[in-house]
Design a protein around this ligand. Structure first.
Ligand code: FES
Length: 154
């Protein structure tokens, strides 16, 4: 068994189904995304059929089955950001990068994730690219950000 998975599982009692969500969350935090192998390990440990675990993981937006792109863009769509124009920004972002929110481009360069609130509502709308935050983002700002990451990704 993978060491990280073993460490996470050891924090939860075997066979207790209540541990499923926190286990998946912790493993994803450590590994970045979930794989079939991970789901099999969790299935054996909690004694839950793997197809049920897959169903749960697929139901929640927070779980990923693919790694983030080299440029991972998080766009806040909380109330304040929404009221300050995050939705048109998202549409623009999806159009420019040719991917939908929640997915990663085929070449692995870009991924988009929607965040419920980044905790900077007074700066809305907020976007983060990897570790860099952009506040009060306008359509023009977004186009510059996209141009920059596209250039860097070449
Ligand atoms: S709603 Fe976007 S930072 Fe809070």
């Amino acid at each position: 068994m993978d060491e990280i998975i073993g460490i996470v599982l050891s924090r939860y009692p075997a066979g207790k189904k209540e541990g499923l969500l926190p286990i998946l969350q912790e493993i994803q935090e450590e590994k970045g995304f979930l794989t079939g192998e991970i789901l099999n390990e969790v299935s054996a440990y909690l004694d839950i059929p793997v197809n049920k675990i897959y169903g749960v993981a697929a139901f929640y937006d927070q779980f990923r089955f693919k790694p983030h792109g080299r440029f991972h863009i998080q766009l806040c769509n909380g109330t304040s950001c929404y009221l300050h124009g995050s939705f048109p920004l998202l549409r623009d972002l999806e159009k420019q990068l040719k991917i939908k929110a929640g997915s990663t481009s085929r070449d692995g360069k870009f991924s988009i994730e929607i965040i419920p609130c980044m905790g900077a509502c007074e700066q809305s709308p907020v976007i983060k690219v990897n570790d860099t935050s952009y506040n009060k983002v306008t359509q023009e700002d977004l186009r510059k950000i996209i141009r920059t990451i596209k250039d860097k990704s070449e």
